[in-house]
Write a protein that binds this ligand. Sequence first.
Ligand SMILES: O=C(O)c1ccccc1N[C@@H]1O[C@H](COP(=O)(O)O)[C@@H](O)[C@H]1O
Length: 203
Amino acid sequence: MVLSVFVKVCGLRTQEDVKAAVAAGADAVGFVFTKSARKVDPAAVRPLLADVPDNVLTVGVFAGIPAADAARIAHEAEVQAVQLHGDYPRGAFEEFDGLPFRLLRATTLTEDTDVTVGAYGEEMLLLDSPVAGSGERWDLSVLARSAPAGKWLLAGGLSPANVAAAIETAKPWGVDVSSGVESARGVKDHELIRQFVSAAKAV
Ligand SMILES: O=C(O)c1ccccc1N[C@@H]1O[C@H](COP(=O)(O)O)[C@@H](O)[C@H]1O
């Protein structure tokens, strides 16, 4: 049996966004709790989760804030998983030991990046473009030669038009998108969400 690619739709801000992602067949929905056009308040996220079924993972995205604050905000928002995005050291992930969150380590791919999934105690690794959430594409050719193994997600400049080719090239376990399913920065386009999930799942 060939499993379809895991799809995370990130940067959701409204009930309609959440419903659109769930209806499209997303496996995970992401909420940004850091400086961004997509930033949401943890208390405002809680009611949005009522429309998320048990089989869809809810993820809080954090960058540039201490791990302890991320844990507190994730707890307040009642998300299931924490995505530490950027230059978080191994110790930041250790601060989640004993806490009830699944962990994603999101980073840019450089020659120094440890691409072993779980190297920092995370369940999933996410490889993104150098500027998180920018919609910028990056060179995937290195992944075609030596991709990580296991539960790793590809992000950065993905869209309904390019996600199938990106999956064919990099062969990720999952994909993550934000800018490519927006009509304007921070404003989700529900038809683009539907097209993105459909294109990714069809590979
Ligand atoms: O979306 C943001 O604003 C953001 C801010 C800070 C850290 C991560 C952020 N988003 C992550 O970026 C990728 C999506 O990138 P793209 O917009 O599709 O190019 C995804 O991992 C988001 O979780």
